[in-house]
Design a protein around this ligand. Structure first.
Ligand code: SAH
Length: 395
């Protein structure tokens, strides 16, 4: 049997059910396990702690799966855990107004390295690790049996895969090809999603609940949606009664998709509502032109993918929030987000406080936001809280 013995004292996080063990905590591996193979994880004295999969090529050398010695991780184990994750979302399947949401949220759903998203009748999976690559067919078979999807796509998270020493993975795994732009439903609105080339697995499902919260502040306000991607925040705001909307994104493909998304919801976008450019520069230019808005959404991409990049990212977040505050009318609303797991909610709040100080404005936090319920945060794995948001009034 393959096993890994930890160094003395390194078993504590395992007992707390944290799912990661870094390579530095390993004393020795026995049985010559291949990347991604299941191993028994023992303490320094050789006593069993947990089952997990091992990848000597990754800094996160072990991902823990099961703490009961009598429940080895075989094909049935994987089928059961995937079934459980889907089962926990039964209430979402019953909704008439939403047909797209996350089914498996990796470590936070007790399936490290595996993401599964449902988009209408299609499913997109992301394998981030060698351990998941080894059981990909079991995952696909279980999804077919449980959901009978029209098709299953794989979308590689290339950054995560590179860290595991894995190559590119993309394409149709089963069933039929999806339309180039697949129509999905979210809170009663219609969105077009490109499953093959869209960002992430095609769409930012994690902001579903936050879009409604932000839209509740839009009525009779002029709105700016910065980092708009396919236009969701802007469209929700427009429908909720924003008097005008400007959307900014650096990707022309995203702005094209945004136009289509507004269109299929019966809102025609005019050219000067769309700004193709770098948000950092555009906000500064708007300020120089003396423009002002009553509601600004800042939803930038991950500026700090790891803790190591947090310092540099803090400056970028501060710069963005400062520029936005300068553009907000008195008592204007700022909905500001960070999806960097390297930045905590307290850290993010501090950044917004620094921006307020420089802008000479007072700030009231009205709501603290997180990722949607289908992207749960696992208490034993604080890293799974990656999306943080604040809805603030800027006095
Ligand atoms: N708010 C969107 C998701 C935003 S994702 C939603 O609710 O769906 C981040 C977006 O920022 C991407 O569309 C990306 O193209 C864009 N982007 C990244 N860097 C940018 C920059 N410096 N200026 C403008 N847009 C940028």
């Amino acid at each position: 049997m393959n096993f890994v013995n930890l160094k003395t004292g390194k078993e504590k996080p395992v007992r707390l059910h944290h799912p990661w063990i870094f390579s530095g905590a390993i004393a020795r591996a026995g049985g010559n396990p291949e990347p991604g193979e299941i191993v028994a994880i023992n303490d320094a004295g050789g006593a069993f702690l947990a089952w997990g999969y091992y990848n000597p090529q990754s800094q996160i050398a072990l991902r823990l799966l099961e703490w009961q010695q009598s429940a080895p991780v075989d094909e049935n184990w994987w089928r059961r855990k995937i079934g459980d994750a889907i089962h926990r979302r039964n209430h979402l399947f019953q909704r008439d107004d939403t047909d797209s949401f996350r089914l498996v949220h990796a470590e936070a759903d007790f399936l490290p390295g595996l993401i599964v998203d449902k988009y209408a009748d299609f499913v997109v999976l992301q394998s981030q690790t060698a351990g998941i690559d080894r059981v990909k067919q079991v995952v696909v078979d279980t999804l077919i049996e449980t959901l009978k999807p029209a098709g299953i796509y794989e979308r590689g998270d290339q950054t995560a895969r590179r860290l595991e020493g894995l190559s590119h993975a993309n394409g149709l795994l089963s069933g039929e090809t999806a339309p180039d732009l697949l129509e999905i439903k979210e809170n009663g609105l219609r969105f077009l999603v490109n499953l093959r080339h869209g960002q992430k697995t095609g769409y930012y499902l994690d902001q579903r609940q936050n879009r409604q919260r932000v839209a509740s502040f839009a009525k009779n306000r002029t709105m700016l949606d910065a980092f708009s991607y396919s236009g969701s925040f802007g469209l929700y705001g427009r429908i909720a009664g924003a008097t005008s909307i400007i959307c900014i994104d650096s990707s022309p493909t995203s702005l094209d998709l945004l136009k289509k998304n507004f269109g299929i919801n019966s809102y025609q976008v005019v050219e000067d509502e769309l700004v193709h450019g770098d948000v950092f520069q555009v906000l500064r230019k708007f300020h120089e032109e003396g423009r002002a808005f009553d509601l600004i959404v800042l939803d930038p991409p991950k500026l700090a993918p790891t803790k190591a990049q947090a310092g540099q990212a803090q400056r970028a977040y501060k710069d963005l929030n400062l520029s936005a505050m300068k553009l907000l009318s008195p008592a204007g609303i700022l909905a500001t987000f960070s999806c960097s797991s390297g930045i905590t909610i307290e850290g993010f709040q501090q950044i917004v406080a620094w921006a307020a100080l420089d802008a000479g404005r007072e700030v009231q936090i009205m709501e603290r936001l997180s990722q949607g319920e289908d992207h749960p945060v696992r208490l034993a794995f604080p890293e799974s809280q990656y999306l943080k948001g604040l809805i603030c009034r800027i006095i």
